[in-house]
Design a protein around this ligand. Structure first.
Ligand code: SAH
Length: 264
């Protein structure tokens, strides 16, 4: 092994933690690898609503540990404790676990406990919500993009504002996560006002609620109206096009640049 390379010691007697990205919600959008990890772990830890969704694929003898929304630290600590007892643990996390999910927090806590490299851990990718939201309206991403979460629970609003400003100056396709919650009602309008300083009010935008789930809803609108719809909640992703983005029928399309080089 060279410096900077890593190897896990699997012969420790510890169980393995498998961090599983469970995708945007629709059961068809769970990968076979994720499904296998969920089915084969002795212990399954996740957000209570999600565990209810996958109840039909869980076995009686699996230990199910549902947690409430804000208990992420407790979820990781429980996963670590169970794995140290020798149990195989599945830590389920929506979308991809490495995108605003449980992967980083688990590794941060393991690092504080000097367990990185000692406790076996594996990460299974999941379909991120923004991919499912993009598919609901065709091809709105197609070029360089930024995902910005409007939640200021863990990131100061000043930093979020700076990222919005720079993304709008850079002509990125801009994806907004966590646009609104019961407590945070004004951030989306404040974000819109900021984006309007650099982006035309008629720029196409898509609002996708519950992408891939039975209650999916889609609105294609313009930047000026991204805060005008009731479907906007914590289950909604907003995609704002770049300067090449156009709308045709029910599709939002961002150009990759082919028509600058070829005759289409
Ligand atoms: N790890 C997730 C993101 C978690 S942050 C991922 O890889 O995508 C939570 C935010 O994701 C929500 O506030 C919402 O903006 C978005 N989101 C999650 N599921 C969604 C869905 N099915 N449809 C639309 N947006 C969703």
């Amino acid at each position: 092994m060279q410096e900077g390379e890593r190897q896990c010691n699997d012969s420790s007697g510890f169980g393995k933690i498998t961090v599983v990205g469970t995708g945007p919600g629709g059961t068809n959008h769970l990968s076979p690898a994720a499904l296998n990890a969920i089915k084969t772990s002795g212990v399954i830890i996740g957000y209570s609503t999600y565990l209810k969704h996958v109840n039909n694929i869980l076995r009686e003898d699996q230990e199910k540990l549902p947690f409430s929304m804000k208990d992420e630290i407790a979820r990781c600590e429980t996963a670590i404790a169970k794995a140290m007892e020798g149990k195989g643990v599945c830590l389920a996390s929506g979308g991809d676990a490495g995108i605003y999910g449980m992967s980083g927090l688990l590794l941060e806590i393991m690092e504080k406990k000097s367990l990185v490299g000692k406790l076996p851990v594996e990460f299974i990718p999941g379909i991120p919500a923004f991919c499912a939201a993009a598919c609901a309206v065709g091809a709105p991403i197609m070029n360089d993009f930024c995902v910005i979460s409007l939640s200021n629970l863990l990131t100061p609003w000043e930093e979020i504002k700076k990222r919005l400003k720079l993304a709008s100056e850079g002509d990125f396709v801009i994806i907004l996560y966590n646009p609104k919650s019961k407590k945070r009602k004004d951030e989306l309008t404040m974000a819109k006002e900021l984006l309007l300083e650099n982006i035309d009010k008629d720029r196409p935008a898509a609002i996708v609620k519950a992408a891939s789930r039975p209650d999916e809803e889609v609105v294609i609108t313009t930047l000026e109206r991204i805060d005008a719809f009731d479907i906007i909640s914590m289950n909604t992703t907003i995609i704002i096009g770049n300067k090449t983005t156009f709308v045709k029928d029910l599709f939002m399309i961002t150009k990759r640049g082919y028509d600058n080089k070829y005759v289409l």
